[in-house]
Design a protein around this ligand. Structure first.
Ligand code: SF4
Ligand code: MG
Length: 335
């Protein structure tokens, strides 16, 4: 399988009045063709900043890609000019956001919005653009596309609007689709339908997907692999099976405990105590130390470099690291 994206040692900072925030602190991951990678974590963990960096949508200033590289299909796109990046956005890499209303123009018909991208990037006739728009609307499951094409966004329900946004993102046939919390604004039944739709689209088009979400329940359905982010770092990555059935990082374990399950009463969910560290001055050791029930002295002092547990499973936790035994002061495990 072909590697479509490789992100290496990505660091993103934001200048604020209070100082510099290190929002993404050395993130590595890759994506294969036709694969779905979910990036999961609490709000503020850096997952949206990571995906916005790939699209080069970090407002600069105050934001900055301070280090690292983003390679798309073998081409380093980290430092492309805005002009070059515009050719990539929508055509090679497309993005959809949480709130469909902000992505749609209320004053244009659905048909005009859908064909706009096509006409901009491809030299085709209005008739051909309309034909492709209708096909795309069918693909995303919009009934009566001929009628719907003439309507405005406010005439669509929330779920139908999100289908339209997905159609717009896919109309130029991108190879990579980044979806940032695409179902968060929708009710549960519609959420499930949209997630099914992603699967169907991938089957039909072979598009690779990066799904950004705070909700592990959402990724259970469609992810092939899962990267768990915490305090600007990927602390565990693995296949869906490895993450759901054999999570090794105490934070991942905590996230899974807080996923609502049918057999557990809502009241008995176990949230993770405490809050993530301040990213103005991130800890030098494991960022989860203050919340971790297994923290040892070494955790606070030295960042646990990722340990490779299988060809797909990696975790940054001293509990999984043989070398921890040789680090001094390790005996002082907390109770
Ligand atoms: Fe907990 Fe230490 Fe592992 Fe961090 S490195 S998750 S503090 S055991
Ligand atoms: Mg976000």
């Amino acid at each position: 399988m072909e590697k479509i994206l490789e992100v290496k040692d990505l660091e993103v900072t934001f200048k604020t009045y209070g100082g510099e925030v290190k929002a993404v602190r050395g993130v590595d991951f890759h994506l294969m063709k036709g694969e779905t990678l979910a990036i999961v974590g609490e709000s503020g963990c850096g997952k949206s900043v990571t995906s916005n960096s790939i699209m080069r949508l970090i407002p600069s200033p105050p934001g900055k890609i301070a280090n690292g590289s983003i390679v798309y299909k073998g081409r380093d796109i980290t430092n492309l000019s805005d002009k070059e990046m515009r050719k990539i956005r929508g055509v090679d890499i497309s993005m959809i956001f949480q709130d469909p209303m902000t992505a749609l123009n209320p004053t244009l018909t659905i048909g005009d919005q859908l064909t706009e991208g096509l006409k901009q990037h491809q030299n085709i006739t209005s008739g051909e653009a309309k034909k492709q728009a209708l096909e795309m609307m069918k693909l995303v499951g919009i009934p009566n596309p001929d009628e719907r094409l003439k309507q405005y966004p406010h005439q669509f329900s929330g779920g139908m609007r999100q289908r339209m946004v997905i159609a717009m993102a896919l109309i130029c046939d991108p190879d990579l689709l980044i979806a940032d919390e695409p179902t968060t604004a929708l009710d549960v039944t519609i959420q499930a339908q949209i997630l099914d739709l992603f699967g169907k689209i991938q089957e039909r088009t072979g598009v690779s997907i990066i799904l950004i979400t705070h909700d592990l329940g959402v990724v259970a359905k469609i992810a092939d692999r899962i990267a768990v982010m915490y305090a600007g770092k990927i602390i565990e990555v693995g296949s869906k099976r490895e993450i759901f059935y054999d999570p090794k990082h105490p934070y991942t374990q905590g996230l899974l405990n807080s996923v609502p399950r049918l057999d557990i009463e809502e009241d008995n969910l176990i949230p993770i105590d405490g809050t993530p560290p301040d990213l103005f001055s991130p800890p030098q050791g494991c960022p989860f130390t203050a919340r971790c029930p297994f923290a040892m002295e070494v955790c606070d002092k030295v960042y646990p470099a990722p340990s490779k547990l299988s060809s797909t499973h990696k975790v940054g936790c001293w509990l999984q690291d043989e070398r921890a035994k040789h680090v001094s002061n390790i005996a002082g495990a907390r109770q």
